[in-house]
Design a binder for this molecule. Structure first.
Ligand code: NAG
Ligand code: NAG
Length: 312
């Protein structure tokens, strides 16, 4: 599991098609094997349990048993949480938020934390530990950024990274979004598996169709595959700019993502006063500090089942 970083910068922006062959480095620690064995829970959860197990042989046995007892999934979803290496505390909270959710029935859902290259030597060590423990980290060959091509690097790397076992849907979300995976999966069950672009729709002047807000959006696998080969996006420098708006522009210009679904009001920004949570939430965004995460866990009864223990 070498953490290898391509030597020169800006591959993805400058010459992605050839260089994408080396553009992404993934920490495929126990999770990928595990998660591809027909899990129907969240990948992170499975990873954690496997990592905590006795060793490689233990994993194999557990995976086989799980495979036998699971029904065939109706759909599969890769959730990429775009974050940056130094956000350890946030990532911890987000990872727990995913791990402790009830699994989505009859679905294969894997969650990965996505960075550009981890340059800092200290971060390389610490992120390597996370990768060893959780196996849920993906490092892309880009320089860390938000609106200079990271989303493009992500969407265009995924089809190749997971070519052996593609997902039906690929999601991009952020580390200030609390995503309720089962609610999203239930929404996706009834949707087509092709040409999908779904999220919090945002109409922009001049654009024929809404784009999806960066808090979290889903494209079907064919759309991600198209992005990975669409030279026109790069020729127009359309990786530069607000990432969510740009994704909408690529798809609009190419006539892609025509199965477009706006999940407002079930996706929303949390208000300043934190008083607009709703029980049917799919995703709530702007959880920018621990207080707001705590409010979300409280509202959604995440910790409600825990019993107090009193010392004798
Ligand atoms: C894209 O950006 C590069 C570098 O900034 C610039 O040289 C080039 O002219 C731009 N191309 C277009 C089509 O805007
Ligand atoms: C949380 O639990 C309370 C008490 O059981 C219940 O009334 C409420 O609907 C639950 N909230 C959500 C979001 O499920």
């Amino acid at each position: 599991m070498a953490m290898k970083a391509p030597a020169s910068s800006s591959y993805v922006l400058l010459a992605p098609l050839a260089l994408l062959l080396v553009a992404a480095v993934v920490f495929l620690l126990p999770s990928l094997n595990g998660a591809h064995v027909g899990s129907d829970g969240l990948g992170v959860d499975l990873c954690a349990r496997r990592s905590a197990g006795a060793g490689a042989e233990g994993y194999t046995v557990l995976a086989k048993e799980e495979e036998e007892e699971k029904e065939k999934p109706e759909l599969s979803l890769l959730v990429g949480v775009l974050t940056t290496p130094k956000r350890y505390e946030r990532r911890d909270i987000v990872r727990l938020a995913y791990t402790l959710q009830p699994a989505a029935a009859r679905a294969r859902v894997d969650v990965r934390f996505v960075f550009c290259r981890v340059e800092d030597p200290v971060d390389r060590q610490l992120v390597a530990l996370e990768a060893m423990r959780h196996g849920d980290v993906v490092e892309l060959a880009c320089e860390e950024n938000m609106n200079h091509g990271k989303t493009h690097a992500y969407l265009s790397s995924v089809p190749r990274l997971f070519a052996a076992d593609p997902y039906d849907y690929v999601m991009k979300t952020d580390d200030d979004t609390y995503l309720r995976v089962a609610a999203l999966v239930d929404e996706l069950r009834r949707k087509p598996r092709d040409d999908v672009y779904l999220g919090y729709g945002y109409a922009m002047g001049g654009q024929p169709m809404p784009f999806m807000h960066g808090m979290g959006y889903v494209v079907s696998w064919d759309v991600a595959s198209w992005v990975s080969t669409a030279e026109e996006i790069l020729a127009r420098n359309d990786t530069e700019g607000p990432e969510d708006l740009m994704v909408g522009k690529w798809l609009n210009l190419a006539g892609r993502g025509r199965n477009r679904y706006d999940l407002k009001p079930r996706m929303y920004d949390l208000s300043w006063d934190m008083d607009n949570f709703r029980p049917d939430t799919i995703a709530v965004h702007t959880l920018k500090d621990n207080r707001r995460w705590a409010a979300a866990f409280s509202y959604f009864n995440v910790t409600a089942g825990i019993k107090p223990h009193h010392l004798p």
